[in-house]
Design a protein around this ligand. Structure first.
Ligand SMILES: [Fe+2]
Length: 400
């Protein structure tokens, strides 16, 4: 009977490990061996059936698949805003000063309370009341906002005033001066997505709030020097580049000079392609790229949008990258590692790295998902791989 012996040995190792803790060393045991998920092995990989096998020690954290339902989390924005309003009226404290931002951050339940949805990605959902201004600043994380409210609000980036509407994607690449605000009459809501966890991990996250240029009336925002539509005017004609600019904006490098994609234009592009065959693993997709280089808009994150036609079910796919999704339109299900996550408008969900997943549009009309993936980062370090399952369920290498 080898099992009891093994167990006894294991227990002895754990006791020894506990004893050694004070010396800041960790004795390697079976239970806490570094977690590894099988990759290039066809057997034992259920198509979305179970998490890939691997030993995850109690001291290790892995991002979990998760969906945040808008109908459950959305009301908290109103409650935050209500308290902020009260602070303004009773204490004379402006909402931004009161809590820096009126927002909640999404917490992946697998990551022990860290303010991140995946190992590299943070998402916050913010509300800006009429009159709110987030002062001008610059930082090393790349950031974006996906506009969820219908209309109103702006972000000014390097002097370009981007007026927001639902479905817009507004980028604030690292090293660009930016400020946000709501100069309208109704609250504005958007999702902020950043590569903050990665920069925090590398300890290279910093912020500069000492804007050197001319400020707008309230002295906290930069004075707009370019109107809404500047990005579109310079780069909106596909395949045609202006020859009189450097394509570098801000002090960062390897980021896109386009700051603003309009929701209407994104949807029109998807609709215009919806009659094509598309990708069996993704449906109809478009990627947001640096028009000068064709590279992803950020060196770390790739932004994309996809359309799933009514009844469309994609094939199983998995990647070494993690992907975070925002449901812009429609209703459906994404199956991740054997569990089904239904989604509807404004829901958010994450597919952590290496887990099998597929999307199904269960609604009567087109579904549109926006996504953010850390694929560019993994490609740069030679770690991006992707597998799919063909119609018979056999594993195929999509990117080796
Ligand atoms: Fe920022």
């Amino acid at each position: 009977m080898s099992l009891p012996l093994q167990s006894a040995a294991r227990e002895a190792m754990e006791r020894l490990n506990a004893e050694a803790a004070g010396l800041n060393i960790w004795l390697r045991t079976q239970a806490n061996a570094p977690a590894q998920r099988p990759w290039f092995r066809d057997d034992g990989i259920a198509a979305g059936g179970t998490l890939a096998r691997g030993r995850v020690g109690a001291n290790q954290m892995k991002a979990a698949p998760h969906r945040w339902r808008w109908r459950e989390i959305g009301p908290y924005l109103d409650r935050i805003a209500e308290i902020a309003r009260g602070a303004k009226e009773s204490d004379g404290v402006s909402p931004i000063e009161f809590a820096d931002r009126q927002q909640f951050l999404l917490v992946n339940p697998g990551l022990g309370g860290r303010l991140q949805v995946a190992s590299t990605i943070r998402c916050a959902v913010s509300i800006y009341l009429p009159g709110d201004v987030a002062p001008v600043h610059l930082h090393t994380p790349n950031a974006s906002r996906t506009i969820l409210s219908d209309n109103g609000g702006y972000t000014t980036i390097e002097g370009e005033r981007c007026r927001a509407a639902r479905g817009d994607l507004i980028l604030t690449p690292h090293g660009t001066w930016h400020d946000h605000g709501n100069d309208g009459t109704t609250p504005v809501v958007w999702a902020d997505i950043l590569d903050f966890p990665l920069l925090e991990f590398l300890d290279i996250s910093w912020i500069d709030e000492d804007f050197p240029g001319e400020r707008d009336g309230n002295a906290r925002a930069q004075r707009p020097t370019r109107d809404s539509g500047y990005s579109e005017r310079l780069y909106g004609a596909g395949g045609i580049l202006p020859g009189f600019v450097s394509h570098r904006r801000g002090i960062g490098r390897d980021t896109s000079p386009v700051f603003h994609y309009r929701g209407e234009a994104i949807r029109a592009a998807l609709d215009g392609l919806s009659g094509e065959a598309g990708d069996p693993y993704e449906g109809i997709t478009v990627s947001f790229v640096n028009p000068a280089t064709g590279a992803p808009v950020f060196p770390t994150l790739d932004y994309a949008a996809q359309l799933l036609r009514p009844g469309e079910a994609t094939r199983w796919k998995r990647e070494t990258s993690s992907t975070f999704y925002i449901v812009l339109d429609g209703e459906g299900t994404t199956e991740i590692a054997g569990a089904a996550y239904d989604w509807a408008q404004n829901d958010l969900f994450v597919v952590p790295n290496s887990l099998w997943r597929r999307h199904i549009n269960r609604g009567p009309r087109e579904a549109v998902l926006y996504s953010v993936s850390d694929r560019p980062l993994l490609q740069k370090i030679g770690q991006y791989r992707a597998q799919g399952r063909d119609g018979d369920g056999a594993v195929v290498q999509l990117v080796e």
